[in-house]
Write a protein that binds this ligand. Sequence first.
Ligand SMILES: *Cc1c(COP(=O)(O)O)cnc(C)c1O
Length: 230
Amino acid sequence: MSVKENVELVEERITNARERGGFGQAVTTVAVTKYVSTNTAQQALDFGIRHLGESRTEGLVEKQDALQGREASWHFIGQLQSRKVKDVVNRIDYLHSLDRRSLAKEIQKRYTKDESLRCFVQVNVSGEASKSGLHPEEAISFVESLAEFDKIEVVGLMTMAPYTDDPEQTRPYFKQLKELQSTVQSHKWQHAPCTELSMGMSNDFELAIEEGATYIRLGSTLVGDERNES
Ligand SMILES: *Cc1c(COP(=O)(O)O)cnc(C)c1O
């Protein structure tokens, strides 16, 4: 299918999932372009996508430079090594993977814009060893501790659910992230409005929306995966 058809189909699926969920929230689609060319990323913009996500510094720099002048918000969604912070933070609008104090410190040091960087704190709700993010029990105190960094605004929480053939199994993880969000919000910390939830990928985004996702990160189902095409 073409990117155009994918965008249309995804929009329809989002609308239906929002209706089923009943939260009535706005849902922003971040097109994850890590496995596709700049040309494909550009097509996503041509067909109405306004948010692009990359998980590697090189991919971010390459696509952003090539698409200069196009209206787009840039999201960094992958694990961010501290030594790469300086190459990334001043290029992006959102960071989805804030998961440790050393990273926060480095952002504080390297981020040069006046307003603060919009960050999601990544939580490993499933506890899978292969996934990064904080343990749920640590997440609240970590968010609280970020108050000392005036370059960081905690706009929300992010998680990756385990991959499964039965997406329904991921629902408890999305519910758990939503509950954590409510706890953070109840503190009314000025640095952490935490109004957003970044959860849901190609395999499970409808469930994530039903459970309150406001940002979904879609790669394969939206822009495809060109790694094995010749
Ligand atoms: C690759 C990636 C995605 C998109 O994955 P798909 O399953 O292709 O939609 C979303 N979030 C993160 C953090 C990723 O690394």
